[in-house]
Structures are given as structure tokens and as C-alpha cells.
Design a protein around this ligand. Structure first.
Ligand code: SF4
Ligand code: SF4
Ligand code: FES
Length: 377
């Protein structure tokens, strides 16, 4: 069934249950957003997307409301723009003004909005108390002074990853996003997958950038190796373990082992040897934050790019060798991507219904992840 409406005077017909935001997109009209994210369930908390409908006094959130027959939506008039700008100014009142030195400088959704709306002053006084940033598991940095309370990280952690390491806490001035009892993430159930950092629109949760710390690596002939160089050692360990309780469960990072131990403690005897020691003077380059967890000499490709810019050149990463486990060595192998799939197969193991000899759990769903043992055909 379809619905007819007008957006900024332009007639448009869209399917029923389309949000005003989606309808505007179909009409090539860009409504600004902050809390909304295409991969996540909506929370509709920021109100940046407000629009005027049918000339009513009350502005409504375009991401939270579906279109209706005969609606007359105005996405950009002076009143709507002023309201959005005031919301931004209120957010910025409690936001550190350190854009130049911020990890997300030039890549921050709040900064982009402030620029779009021409925010040049800070008319509102700060209301929140300041808290120092914290480094978590060597992989993430949390700086809650920068949090805009959009809730994207909670959605990613709870509903996409099914982990639930962070949630809202407090009320009013104290309201914020945190791990239970504000404890370090490592003391909770966090598996350091980095999904929260991927979706955070600002630098409230981001990868722990150590590119400056390892800058001396540029001078002392340190090699940059793909993290998957470690693969051969993993493979050998795996084959040596075929005599143990099957299926052997392994994963792309220490976070996967944390996941199994925390959510499936009865299956820990299936875990392969945890062979993630990145020793010697080499620096390992990984595609994602997950592999940084627990290691001081693993950097992400983004950090490598930054180092390269400092060095005025593209830094070379040594090529990986072919490292597929031979079909004859482990006959029943399965790769699962993401924790939802992991839970499904681990439930089967629990019930004794899993016929695989080896289960390789990858934190992300990237089919090209070089850290996968069992390559997709
Ligand atoms: S790293 Fe993953 S598990 Fe930890 S808080 Fe972020 S989304 Fe949740
Ligand atoms: S930490 Fe980032 S993603 Fe989470 S609520 Fe704050 S701003 Fe949003
Ligand atoms: S984008 Fe609609 S309320 Fe945040």
C-alpha cells in the first residue's frame, strides 16, 4: 500500500510505513541526523532531524515518525533550522572544544553538523561534570565528555553483537553511557569487537591510536607484517590439537576467547590454544580494532596510514603467504561471522548436534578478513 504526501511542496508517493526521513531521502532531500544509523535500530533521541508537519506548532522527529496520507512536510524553513541549531549549541555546550587535537577531527559527525549550521559561538553554559578519558584493553579509548548520548554504541553492542557491555545510567545531569558500575570494560563482558567505536559519531569511543608511540619504528628497520602472518603458527597449533575434544573452537582474536569463556563457560575445553602472542620487534598490522585488544605491537591499517603520512610515504606491509588449512587435515570446518552466528553454532555444540571438527569464529562479517583460518569457498 502506498501513501501520498508533499515534502517542501513536492508531491511524492511512498510505501506505507516509510519514515519521513526515508521519504525525504527518496525525494533527494537531505535531513540532518545524528543518532540515526542505517545498520541499527532507531532510538530517536537527538532531535536534529526535526521537521514541521501540516503547519503544526510541535516539530516532530523525521526518523521516528512514519508518513501519513496527505501529510504536508517542511524539512527546511527558518524555524526548523533555528531549532536544529539550538539543539546543536546545547550539545556543544557540554562538548570539549578540542577539535584540532581530536582523533575524529575532520571525520566527526558533530563537527560536520556544526559546520553546516554555521555554529560559531557557544551561548549555553556547560551543565555536565568532566571525566578523564580511559584506555580500554589497549584497543579502545573512551572519552565520555565527548559523548552526545545518541545510543548507537548501545544498539551495536546489545542488539547487533548481543553482548550488552554498555548501557545508559543515571538521570538528568548524571545521565550517560557506561559499563555497569562504571567499571573498566575489561572487567565486564566486553569482547573488544570495536563495533561501538565503528558507529560512534564523535570521538567518545574510538580506537586507541598508537601511531605516534611507535613512530620510532620508522627509524629502526622494524618490519610491518600483516597480522595474518601469525596464521601459520595458529594453523600448526590447531592440527596438533585434533586429538582433543571436538569441535575445536578458535577465533580471530582474544575477544572471541573472552566471548566463549563468558557466555559458554561449559565449552571452554573445546577452545584451541590461545596463540596470539605477537612477539619480537615487528609491528603487526590488522584490519580492525579487535586484534589490538591485549597487544601493544598491533596497529590498525588506519594507524599505519597515519604513520605513512608522517613519514611522507606509503608504508609497505609484507605480503602474507598462502595459509589455507588443507581440506584433508581438518575435514569438517566451519567459519561463523559475528556473535549471532557464533551463538547459533555454540548452542548446537552444547546439544551435541554439531558435526564440525573446527569452528572458527570471526568477530566481524567481512568476508575478506585476512585473519580467517577457514577461507570461504
Ligand atoms: S567493544 Fe564490542 S563488546 Fe565491547 S562495548 Fe564495544 S560493542 Fe560492546
Ligand atoms: S559513546 Fe558515541 S555512540 Fe555511544 S552514545 Fe556516546 S556518542 Fe553515541
Ligand atoms: S536522527 Fe532523528 S532523532 Fe536523532
Amino acid at each position: 500500500m502506498s501513501v501520498n504526501l508533499t515534502i517542501n511542496g513536492q508531491p511524492i508517493t511512498v510505501p506505507k510505513n516509510t519514515t519521513i526521513l526515508q521519504a525525504a531521502k527518496l525525494a533527494n532531500i537531505d535531513i540532518p541526523t545524528l543518532c540515526e544509523h542505517s545498520d541499527l535500530c532507531k532510538r530517536s533521541v537527538c532531535r536534529i532531524c526535526v521537521v514541521e508537519c501540516d503547519g503544526q506548532d510541535k516539530l516532530i522527529a523525521a526518523c521516528a515518525n512514519n508518513v501519513w496520507e496527505g501529510a504536508n512536510v517542511v524539512t527546511h524553513n527558518a524555524r526548523v533550522i533555528e531549532t536544529r541549531r539550538t539543539i546543536l549549541e546545547l550539545l556543544l555546550a557540554n562538548h570539549p572544544q578540542d577539535c584540532l587535537s581530536c582523533y575524529k577531527n575532520k571525520n566527526c559527525e558533530l563537527q560536520t553538523l556544526a559546520e553546516t549550521f554555521g555554529v560559531r559561538s557557544a551561548p549555553f553554559a556547560p551543565t555536565a561534570d568532566s571525566r578523564p578519558p580511559s584506555v580500554e584493553g589497549a584497543a579502545l579509548v573512551r572519552d565520555m565528555d565527548k559523548c552526545v548520548k545518541c545510543g548507537r554504541c548501545i544498539e551495536a553492542c546489545q542488539n547487533v553483537q548481543g553482548i550488552g557491555a554498555i548501557n545508559t545510567f543515571g538521570r538528568g545531569k548524571e545521565y550517560g553511557i557506561c559499563s555497569p558500575y562504571e567499571q573498566p570494560l575489561e572487567e565486564g563482558v566486553c569482547v573488544f569487537c570495536g563495533r561501538c567505536a565503528e558507529v560512534c559519531p564523535v570521538a567518545a569511543i574510538c580506537e586507541h591510536d598508537e601511531s605516534l608511540k611507535i613512530i620510532k619504528a620508522l627509524d629502526n628497520k622494524t618490519r610491518f607484517l600483516k597480522a595474518s602472518e601469525k596464521y601459520e603458527k595458529r594453523e600448526k597449533a590447531m592440527l596438533g590439537e585434533l586429538g582433543k575434544k571436538l569441535p575445536i573452537i578458535t577465533g580471530c582474536s582474544k575477544g572471541v576467547y573472552r566471548f566463549v569463556r563468558q557466555f559458554y563457560p561449559d565449552l571452554t575445553e573445546h577452545l584451541a590454544l590461545e596463540n596470539f602472542e605477537f612477539i619480537d620487534d615487528d609491528i603487526y598490522v590488522a584490519p580492525c580494532v579487535a586484534l589490538k585488544y591485549g597487544h601493544s605491537n598491533v596497529i590498525t591499517t588506519r594507524e599505519l596510514e597515519r604513520l605513512g603520512k608522517l613519514a611522507g610515504t606509503n608504508l609497505a606491509v609484507e605480503e602474507e603467504h598462502s595459509r589455507q588449512v588443507k581440506q584433508s587435515d581438518i575435514s569438517q570446518r566451519v567459519t561463523v561471522r559475528g556473535f549471532a552466528q557464533a551463538r547459533e553454532i555454540l548452542e548446537q555444540v552444547r546439544k551435541g548436534e554439531c558435526k564440525a571438527q573446527l569452528i572458527d569464529i570471526l568477530i566481524c562479517s567481512d568476508p575478506n578478513c585476512p585473519w580467517s583460518i577457514v577461507k570461504d569457498k
